[in-house]
Design a protein around this ligand. Structure first.
Ligand SMILES: [Zn+2]
Length: 185
């Protein structure tokens, strides 16, 4: 498969690195920050030339001109997560639309509390939850295939399940892992 070099180990990686509950972060120094299924220590630095976030040496660094409020930090992180998530969704959609012989018209990212994704089958558009940026490619891939499968079968019936099963034989493990991640804020 195109996006996972080792399918055997993804479950181990998931369970060892990803705390399941997604909560509202405070974005304070030394806090653990999730990105793509991994936990990073946040470093916060003031008196910088601009406000930005960088990932370096296994740390996420928040550079600030002056102290930022939680609202400002959250807005900056949301924008950063959005760019990260979009860059990971793009190749997955490209690949799976071809494999599943389904084409979408548009897709977008939104912060949602109750759903990982949704598919408007009439418009052939898919909406992804911004919080997926915190989860691994493996779980993101499951959401992509799940939503594309709705273009073949809109409801969660046995036809739908057989479609997902056909393209992602290990979908049950991924779904179970995804369900452990509860958005709690
Ligand atoms: Zn669904």
């Amino acid at each position: 498969m195109a996006f996972l070099t080792s399918r055997q180990s993804w479950l181990d990686k998931q369970s060892s690195s990803a705390p399941p509950c997604i909560t509202q972060a405070s974005y304070l120094d030394a806090e653990q920050i999730m990105l793509a299924g991994k936990s990073y220590t946040l470093r916060v630095l003031e008196n910088q030339s601009c406000n930005r976030i960088v990932l370096e040496h296994e740390q996420i660094v928040l550079l600030m001109v002056t102290d930022m409020s939680l609202r400002q930090r959250t807005a900056l992180f949301d924008a950063w997560y959005r760019i990260n998530l979009a860059s990971r969704i793009e190749p997955l959609l490209h690949y799976w639309q071809r494999i599943m012989a389904q084409e979408i018209s548009t897709w977008s990212i939104m912060k949602m509390k109750s759903r990982w994704g949704s598919c408007n089958t009439r418009k052939r558009s898919i909406l992804f939850n911004l919080e997926l940026a915190k989860l691994s490619d493996c779980l993101l891939e499951y959401v992509v295939v799940h939503e594309l499968a709705h273009l073949i079968e809109p409801s969660h019936n046995h036809v739908f399940k057989s479609v997902v099963e056909h393209f992602l034989p290990d979908w049950k493990g991924r779904k179970a892992m995804l369900r452990k991640h509860i958005i709690n804020y």
